[in-house]
Design a protein. Structure first.
Length: 243
């Protein structure tokens, strides 16, 4: 990253410390910092800001678990092993993390029945004016939040799916209660963005954190759509593996 590219954009609407935190993440990902961050004074010169702003960015990344500060020694890159989450024809949260974590569970955060918007209508093959059950869920592994999802199910077919999910913590089990013995991933679109305020709170991330986003449609064995979802994964905790 050149010094010109590293310098922050003022009056952009994005806090300077957040821009610096993003650039430090990129530099770590690119292998520019092997083990330890350069001194704050060097980073301040690199990004064209004062040391206080650099310190705020480092503090956020320490809170997020990207960096580790050691008194009298400096700031080090925290090389934690990421969880590998496979994306394939039969993507399942519990099965995907099996062998990497001991305990996995899903938590129902909120639910409501709403009229489907145009995107959801097209994804689930519904008629205009159809209603869907909207679930907000949180998935944890070994007590650590891994992902937060917003899912839609056709209300005429899965009218009380929130009750089954709340009881079992499993989409697979909830669908089985409605006579769907298996389901398959029809499509997945993957992207990345800054976490929203809700995702920051539920995934226990610091402002400016990046989430990996999967938008997908699951279908039953007959090819009929049963679920349209967007799941956000903490990028510093999970890496997605597409097969």
């Amino acid at each position: 990253m050149t010094r010109e590219a590293a310098r922050v954009q003022r009056r952009s609407g994005i806090a300077l410390w957040r821009q610096i935190a993003d650039r430090i993440r990129l530099a770590i990902g690119a292998g520019e910092f092997s083990e330890r961050l350069p001194p704050e004074v060097d980073l301040a010169e690199r990004f064209g800001v004062n040391r206080h702003t650099v310190r705020s960015a480092i503090s956020a990344l320490v809170q997020e678990g990207v960096l580790r500060a050691e008194q009298g020694r400096g700031t080090f890159i925290e090389r934690k092993r990421k969880l590998a989450y496979p994306i394939g024809a039969r993507t399942r949260f519990s099965e995907g993390l099996q062998g990497q974590t001991r305990d996995r569970r899903g938590i129902l955060l909120a639910h409501e029945v709403v009229e489907a918007d145009q995107t959801t209508i097209e994804a689930l093959g519904l008629s205009e004016g159809a209603t869907v059950v909207r679930l907000e869920t949180l998935s944890e592994a070994d007590g650590r939040p891994i992902s937060r999802a917003t899912s839609f199910f056709p209300a005429h077919r899965f009218g009380n799916i929130e009750g089954h999910y709340a009881e079992t913590g499993s989409i697979t089990s909830a669908l089985k209660a409605y006579g769907v013995p298996d389901y398959f991933r029809r499509s997945t679109v993957i992207s990345a963005r800054h976490a929203s305020d809700a995702d920051l709170a539920d995934l226990k991330l610091s402002p400016g954190a990046i989430v990996l986003v999967t938008v997908y449609v699951n279908v039953d064995p007959d090819g009929k759509p049963v679920q349209f979802s967007e799941t956000r994964f903490a990028a510093d905790v999970v890496e997605l593996s597409v097969s």
